[in-house]
Design a protein around this ligand. Sequence first.
Ligand code: MN
Length: 256
Amino acid sequence: MSNNHHIEIPNGKKIYFASDNHLGAPTIEASRPREKKFVAWLDEVKEDAAAIFLLGDLFDFWFEYKTVVPKGFTRTLGKLAEIADSGIPIYYFVGNHDLWMNGYFEEELGIPVYHKPQEFKLSDKAFFIGHGDGLGPGDKGYKRMKKVFLSPFFKWLFRWGHPDIGMRIAQYFSVKNKLISGDDDAKFLGEDKEWLAVYSKKKLEEKHRDYFIFGHRHLPLEISLNDTSKYINLGDWIHYFTYGEFDGKDFKLKEY
Ligand SMILES: [Mn+2]
């Protein structure tokens, strides 16, 4: 886990965080209003953004073949390219729905992609940042998903199958079957049982962090772990349209 990331936030600038857009769910057309809303948000925050962190599940399903990527998401990809090209760094952390990223964001958009949580120092605060899947106890939806995604059949299918067939099967598992999405996870479990809070508390035993920032839960949460550390969950862009804003001193969870 890298510890070298440091961003100094200039006066008047902010760092923004969002996650779990699930573009393409239930269909590309049906998710377009959400996509447009997200692009409008990006347009606003780019005005004073020192950096933007996207914490995964931007796409409900993503797979990169060697020379082919999924259709759609043009507005989002174009806006991310514009912002990255303007010199505002964007950091992407894969979610469990788009873990099969393999160089496209780096090469096409100039956006680094992380497959594991990372430590960041933002101004003088210590952050632990990731999508949040598979960390700590519980998280049944993820564990179900992982079985499918890592099965030899699934891997074989995507590597060698026709993309139209692969994408249709992924759509089935991701949206219709709720195998990946898992509706059963989105109720607040209580501070003691929220597995990312449990995980964060455990991480605090090894060293201090001011903020643990995750997505994945589809539930905006702000939980004090002790007097100086907080666990923030960014919610989602399906029901909540929530995002994080950090000015170098305070972290705020806001609604767009
Ligand atoms: Mn998600």
